[in-house]
Design a protein around this ligand. Structure first.
Ligand SMILES: NC(=O)C1=CN([C@@H]2O[C@H](COP(=O)(O)OP(=O)(O)OC[C@H]3O[C@@H](n4cnc5c(N)ncnc54)[C@H](OP(=O)(O)O)[C@@H]3O)[C@@H](O)[C@H]2O)C=CC1
Ligand SMILES: O=C(O)[C@@H]1CCC=N1
Length: 273
């Protein structure tokens, strides 16, 4: 099968990340809503998406049979049941499996489905809903053609990089959990903003735009954070006073320790049996 012509996607497990992916794909124009089937058991929760033109179903088996690409997006503890349901439906000459599930290897999935089915593991984040995901991909046993297909999909809804599979739990912590870490930082900054005089709404907007500017300084100028920080910290000034106070309270250390713990936990989420 020529996967470049793949045009039907089934997202098995349409919760937070599954729906974020569906929104991003539909927005990108690469896969119109009508070519995407969303599944979950509580199908009423997908009414809004049905109205938007997505196909919705509670039947993983028929959704998989009709699809070229099957995206696995249930929780790790829900995965084995779904794999056992669809295993009989898998056609290795037709199907490409894309798993976004943390802590589950391509080999784990092949062992439970079919040994020679092509499985790619990806780790997007929820910014995929607005085509701003940082997505890490490990290519498993996919053909070059399918690797290009997957890279094209995830470059259309953000930026993707191919990494070794042993780094996928680290990518989970840094990029997928990372969205929450940066959001909490922005929330904390806005709370500080309220303390120094702004209303909550304006403080949040100001903090978010400031965070976006900081990220863009690094991305657009390919600059290093400390180089940009040096430009802000005037001698004897207020920035270095605030920054050092944060560091005395463990700012960098807290982020580093949190990312390490998340990466460890990401590797412990799946029970093969
Ligand atoms: N959230 C994130 O930012 C990211 C999550 N991930 C990974 O994505 C996966 C999903 O996470 P997340 O979206 O947060 O979790 P959610 O709980 O939001 O989504 C899981 C969905 O799966 C559905 N589901 C459960 N069992 C079945 C089944 N048998 N058939 C079909 N659908 C089913 C659930 O709906 P119902 O109960 O109605 O069936 C639910 O909507 C996890 O493995 C996680 O590690 C990866 C990257 C980022
Ligand atoms: O918290 C979790 O387990 C999932 C995986 C990455 C983001 N959310």
């Amino acid at each position: 099968m020529d996967f470049k012509k793949s045009n039907q996607i089934a997202i098995l497990g349409s919760g937070n990340i599954g729906l974020s992916l569906a929104k991003g794909l539909a927005q990108s124009g690469l896969y119109p809503a009508s070519s995407i089937t969303l599944t979950r058991r509580n199908i009423e929760a997908l009414d809004e998406y049905k109205f938007q033109g997505f196909q919705v179903s509670a039947d993983n088996v028929s959704a998989s049979a009709q699809a070229d690409i099957i995206v696995l997006a249930v929780l790790p503890q829900q995965l084995n049941q779904v794999l056992d349901q669809i295993a009989g439906q898998i056609d290795v000459s037709k199907h490409l499996i894309i798993s976004v599930i943390s802590g589950v290897s391509c080999e784990d999935i092949r062992n439970r489905l079919k040994k020679d089915v092509q499985v790619v593991r990806v780790m997007p984040n929820t910014a995929i809903a607005i085509k701003q995901s940082m997505t890490c991909i490990s290519v498993g046993n996919a053909s070059q053609e399918n690797i290009e297909l997957v890279k094209n999909i995830f470059n259309t809804v953000g930026i993707c990089v191919v990494i070794n599979e042993e780094l996928m739990t680290s990518a989970t912590a840094l990029c997928a959990c990372g969205i929450a870490f940066f959001l909490r930082s922005i929330r904390a900054a806005s709370q500080g903003g309220v303390e120094v005089g702004f209303h909550a709404g304006e403080a949040l907007k100001m903090a978010a735009q400031t965070a976006k500017g900081a990220a863009d300084l690094l991305l657009q100028l390919a600059s290093h954070p400390e180089h940009e920080i040096d430009k802000v910290t005037s001698p004897k000034g207020c920035t270095i006073a605030g920054l050092n106070e944060m560091e005395h309270n463990g700012f960098s250390s807290a982020m580093i320790k949190g990312i390490k713990l998340s990466a460890q936990k990401a590797g412990e989420l799946y029970d093969k049996d």
